[in-house]
Design a protein around this ligand. Structure first.
Ligand SMILES: [Zn+2]
Length: 190
């Protein structure tokens, strides 16, 4: 799936989860930071793909890129697996709690938001033709539904014209139905 679809899904997932399971307290910086963290989380799994583009702009990247791409940059491997989720969680739970003072930015909420973005990316990719190597380094790939030809083509018409607008329509519908929850959430903000 394209990064703008992943962005939209992460934003919608975080809004939905926060409205249904609000935190006990939250300050304004953390509220904004949470949305940034979810966005970062949703872009992290495709860093291996951005690597491909990087090779293309390097001088002599054509040849070097071909060699190194084979070794390091096969798209959808570690970052799209359970092992990847575990490593990202471990790394960020160490980093965020180390650098942020909870009275300024709550590291627990940032971590939860980042993981919501990350997991929402993997769930969304399950519906694409490529499927997910969830058990990497084992090679099997998984998808929903299990038959590849019924799944979505990344960047295709279905994603652009049906799924992408559909996500925003869902969000509006959800906000309309859960106005009370969202008002309570905003009332928590200090
Ligand atoms: Zn992906």
């Amino acid at each position: 799936m394209t990064s703008r679809t992943h962005d939209a899904i992460a934003f919608t997932s975080l809004t939905t989860i926060a409205a249904l399971n609000p935190p006990e307290s939250i300050n304004l910086m953390t509220l904004v930071g949470g949305f940034v963290a979810a966005d970062v989380g949703s872009l992290l799994p495709d860093m291996d793909q951005a690597g491909n583009d990087l090779w293309d702009i390097l001088p002599a990247g054509e040849f070097l890129g071909k060699v190194f791409r084979r070794i390091f940059y096969k798209h959808r491997t570690l970052t799209h697996s359970f092992l990847g989720v575990f490593l990202i969680y471990t790394f960020f739970s160490w980093l965020l709690f180390k650098i942020f003072d909870p009275s300024f930015l709550d590291p627990g909420i940032l971590l939860t938001s980042l993981m919501i973005g990350y997991v929402s990316h993997l769930l969304a990719d399950c519906f694409t033709k490529e499927g997910l190597p969830l058990l990497f380094p084992f090679k099997w790939s998984f998808g929903i539904p299990p038959f590849e030809r019924l799944r979505i083509k990344t960047g295709g018409k279905l994603e652009k014209y049906v799924l992408y607008p559909g996500i925003w329509l869902f969000l509006f519908w959800f906000i309309y139905l859960h106005q009370e929850n969202l008002r309570r959430l905003f009332a928590l903000v200090k």
